[in-house]
Design a binder for this molecule. Structure first.
Ligand code: ZN
Length: 106
């Protein structure tokens, strides 16, 4: 192989890698959910989404479905650790009995 052929091959490999990375971008978010239950029996879901794309900034997002209260997004590990127990941190409010923070994993 001549030097220009090697350069051309490398260029193609790089372009293919970029295309593959771009086509995967949309699928690089991992989503999970867990059922949660209030002490009164009302149920909902704790939803979690996280960025799994390598070499990009970290983020994790938590939202509650079926309960009141805001979700939370963490962009670094320090914030996430400082939050402690996510369910306690989010303090979801039950729409049925009106009590906040009486929620546990179902
Ligand atoms: Zn309740």
């Amino acid at each position: 192989m001549t030097q220009s052929e090697i350069a051309d091959t490398l260029y193609r490999v790089i372009m293919i890698s970029i295309c593959l990375a771009k086509s995967r971008e949309r699928d690089m978010t991992t989503r999970t959910h867990r059922q949660i239950r209030c002490q009164c029996g009302h149920t909902g879901e704790l939803r979690h989404a996280e960025n799994d794309q390598p070499f990009s900034s970290m983020w994790e997002q938590y939202t509650v479905d079926g309960f009141g209260g805001e979700g939370a997004t963490f962009t670094n590990v320090t914030e996430l650790l400082a939050a402690g127990d996510i369910l306690k941190y989010l303090n979801p409010k039950c729409p049925k009995c009106g009590i906040a923070g009486a929620v546990s994993y179902a």
